[in-house]
Design a protein around this ligand. Structure first.
Ligand SMILES: C[C@@]1(CC(=O)O)C2=NC(=C\c3[nH]c(c(CCC(=O)O)c3CC(=O)O)Cc3[nH]c(c(CC(=O)O)c3CCC(=O)O)/C=C3\N/C(=C\2)[C@@H](CCC(=O)O)[C@]3(C)CC(=O)O)/[C@H]1CCC(=O)O
Ligand SMILES: NC(=O)c1ccc[n+]([C@@H]2O[C@H](COP(=O)([O-])OP(=O)(O)OC[C@H]3O[C@@H](n4cnc5c(N)ncnc54)[C@H](O)[C@@H]3O)[C@@H](O)[C@H]2O)c1
Length: 204
């Protein structure tokens, strides 16, 4: 199987996400989503809402909880759907209803029914790294998150902020700025030896 996934970074606070099923898997998906996007606009529907989910909703007031069975109409206006009931037939039915409406859908732990996969996520200030193993091993995705979380220094956020300041201060045309920003950062990649960048985005 080739690796043809295309990663994107969603502004989850501007999108509406529906989670169906708030059992152990639904709770895990919701927690990870809120960890990365505390202001994500999420509606969760389940026949019985667990106390852990109620607690999350208290801490994230933009979350809507619906304590009842899922209805097809719940999909109205949704951009993303995460399905996590314990019933494969229910999951398949909801997946089909979402697809019919052109809504992107993830059926937890069921790669063949997913339009997208959730990734393992490392956050250091403004830096966010999302990891996928193309569905081959979520466990390795989790382990890599732990490795990168240790390896990337917290100071990386200061570097990003400093680079932004420098970019704002640079005078000159776009091509000059790109060259200068690449020159300043070349030692990160090539050690102290400066090397002109062959691939940089320079349309000067
Ligand atoms: C990254 C992460 C994000 C998240 O969930 O938010 C995530 N799974 C995580 C953990 C995890 N999930 C499972 C285990 C137990 C070990 C195991 O069974 O392998 C562990 C590890 C653990 O918990 O230690 C069970 C499992 N998961 C999937 C299957 C089905 C299959 O593989 O066929 C089964 C078997 C179910 C069964 O046996 O019935 C499938 C998917 N899980 C994905 C994402 C997508 C692919 C991501 C990628 O491309 O790498 C994909 C395809 C769809 C999706 O769910 O989006 C999160 C780590 C977060 C973190 O810690 O950072
Ligand atoms: N691979 C498989 O064939 C297979 C089979 C069974 C379960 N699973 C796994 O089970 C996951 C769910 O596991 P879990 O441990 O979270 O189960 P769980 O039983 O803890 O949670 C499922 C939740 O879905 C809710 N639910 C079920 N039907 C509903 C409906 N029609 N409307 C609203 N809520 C509904 C239940 O009330 C429950 O809270 C699936 O995503 C999948 O990973 C996989």
């Amino acid at each position: 199987m080739s690796n043809n996934l295309y990663p994107i970074f969603l502004k989850a606070h501007q999108l509406d996400t529906l989670i169906i099923g708030g059992g152990s898997v639904g709770l895990e998906k919701l927690s990870f989503m809120l960890k990365s996007s505390p202001d994500a606009r999420v509606t969760l529907v389940d026949k019985t809402i667990r106390s852990e989910i109620r607690q999350l909703a208290t801490r994230h007031p933009q979350i809507t909880l619906l304590e009842r069975e899922y209805f097809t109409e719940d999909l109205t206006g949704m951009h993303l759907v995460l399905v996590a009931t314990e019933n494969p037939e229910t999951n398949r039915k909801i997946q089909q209803e979402a697809k019919d409406r052109g809504i992107l859908v993830n059926v937890a732990d069921t790669p063949e029914l997913c339009d997208f996969y959730l990734g393992s996520i490392v956050t250091k200030g403004h830096l966010k790294v999302a990891i996928s193993t193309n569905g081959q091993s979520p466990t390795i995705a989790k382990r890599l998150r732990e490795v990168l979380d240790d390896a990337l220094p917290e100071e990386i956020d200061e570097l990003l902020l400093r680079m932004k300041q420098i970019r704002n201060q640079l005078k000159g045309n776009f091509g000059y700025k790109v060259k200068e920003l690449n020159r300043l950062t070349s030692s990160l990649v090539y050690g102290t030896k400066h090397k002109e960048n062959e691939n940089e985005r320079d349309n000067s």
